[in-house]
Ligand binder design. Structure first.
Ligand code: 5RP
Length: 229
């Protein structure tokens, strides 16, 4: 796997410079690409920008604070002007799979409160059909999670309980995550989202449909492309 850090950094910085203005309320995403956006926002704060920021994970909150960014309680802000977040897959309609970083629940809550959800990514995240490269993360209640996984499997995927250090991974919300592999990708993402959302025990699904207004994609040839919904 080539080192994609330069591409992630380029996309993240371009998105912050294009979308973040003094006085805004800004959502800070989670993951190795959003990390560079947090650093850039930290630079703007150091320059004197007055921003209110909300975080999509504890990890992001910690990184932001280390870089001089104060984090507000999401319930203390009316709406979020722009959120800059990463993605695991981006299809031609800017529908997304998110959650390999384990933050899908807070990411979706923040996205739902956001006017402009801007995705930052390197070119490896682009797919023709969702579910062809990445598994679909689904956050589930710990109680009866095995039963919930049978419900997931009935939708044509192979769900695998995410592990960390030999134990099930626990999200910021205290839940487990199943990574669901679809052998032929996800044919109808909207139907799949509805089907998954109705399974008892499912807390949140990593499909982010009709959510992003823009995706800033860095390519290995040095160009940065912006795709708008
Ligand atoms: C975390 C996410 C991330 O945005 C996604 O996993 C992309 O991360 P990275 O930029 O490290 O590839 O959804 O829950």
């Amino acid at each position: 796997m080539p080192d994609l850090s330069n591409l992630k950094k380029a996309a993240a910085e371009k998105a912050v410079d294009s979308y973040v203005e003094d006085g805004m309320t800004v959502g800070l995403g989670t993951g190795s690409t959003a990390y560079f956006a947090i650093l850039r926002v930290g630079e703007l704060v150091a320059q004197g920008y007055k921003l209110r920021c909300v975080a999509t994970s504890q990890q992001t909150e910690d990184i932001a604070r280390q870089h001089g960014i104060e984090i507000a309680d999401i319930d203390g802000v009316d709406s979020i002007d722009v959120t800059i977040d990463g993605a695991d897959e981006i299809d031609p309609h800017l529908n997304l799979i998110k959650g390999l970083g384990g933050a899908l629940l807070r990411e979706k809550i923040v996205a739902a409160a956001t006017v402009a959800e801007v995705i930052v990514a390197d070119e490896t995240k682009l797919v023709e059909k969702l579910g062809t490269k990445a598994p679909l993360p689904v956050e589930v209640c710990r109680f009866g999670h095995g039963k919930t996984s049978y419900g997931l499997a009935r939708n044509g995927c192979q769900p695998t309980l995410r592990m960390k250090d030999g134990e099930p991974f626990v999200s910021d919300g205290g839940n487990y995550i199943y990574d669901c592999r679809f052998p032929d990708g996800i044919e109808k993402p909207y139907f799949m989202q509805s089907a998954i959302d109705t399974i008892p025990g499912v807390v949140e699904c990593g499909l982010f449909l009709n959510c992003a207004v823009s995706a800033v994609i860095a390519h290995s040839d040095g160009t940065i492309e912006e795709r708008k919904a």
